[in-house]
Design a protein. Sequence first.
Length: 369
Amino acid sequence: MATTTDYYETLGLARGASDAEIKKAFRKLAQQWHPDVNTDPAAAERFKSINEAYQVLSDPERRQRYDLFGSAGIDGDPAAAGFGGFADIFDAFFGGAAGASGRRGRPSAGSDLRYDLRITFQEAVLGTEKEIEFPVLGRCETCSGSGAKPGTDVQTCPQCQGRGEVRAVRQTMLGQMVNVTTCPRCHGDGKLIETPCDTCRGDGRTERRRTLRVAIPAGIDEGHQIRLSNEGEVGPRGGPAGGLYVAVHVAPHPELKRDGTELYFETSIGIAQAALGTRILVPTVEGEDEVEIKAGTQPGTEIRLRGKGVPHLRRQGVRGDLHVIVDIEVPTRLSRAEREALQAYAKASGEIVTEGGGGIFDKVRDALG
């Protein structure tokens, strides 16, 4: 994470800010700059910077390293670079003694899972609840996730003393250099299983199918994901569970088009209906609504039905509109009675229809051949 940004300045805080102040500042800025709310082209990058600053300052260990070393203290993963945390960085630079308390061995977290869920257009707009079923690695019921055969114990690794890592100390011209690596005997777990469980063979997990009910919020759209914490696979030998990401796919509506929280419906009416006025049925997500077409309606007229659109995903009680776009359909073929009626209208209104002048009747006559 190479950066020269001042994280405190990014969140508008002083260096002595409390955890509560950091959290409050992040929430305020996140609500202001989240790309789903802020349409500014720079909002996404700004939100990314705010989130990055919060991830560092909300973590006590990373904040301590940042306060002491600046961005150099958090660029990359110190453990992957051969250090076991802040204490080891201090040892390496200032010649501290080996044997300082390091990172204890922790069970690995389980994998995140993805589930693709397909819903109808109406379900996406109004919200729903779905029951999903998926395969998952769950905690072994025989050994309760420990990986050890019932009646036997899990032993602390004698090579790393349960830390999950081993250190090699060497003397250099800069002082003592401490190199930290994963324990080769327990592979970082800090514990050894002498007698593995017969059911899971020491992994602490077994495969099963799981059923879960998922609430789909009103206003969700194609491509949105719902994250369910701790609903993914559990980690080996008692490790924490990962997350479950439900990716939502929405079937298109045969007549309605969606743009954010707005819905659009295009329809055509006849010349007489446009001139005299009429009433038509318009599809909505709740059913059909009768809409008045006023006399004298022109092509491209838009009729807005307030509150008949899509609910805002993050603003309680806010809902978009349904826009009815009206077009006027001009007939390409006329019966004798229709032609005589239009000629009578033209005469009564004083509209001049000339031979070969490109008027509507000439076009109709040409079309009829």
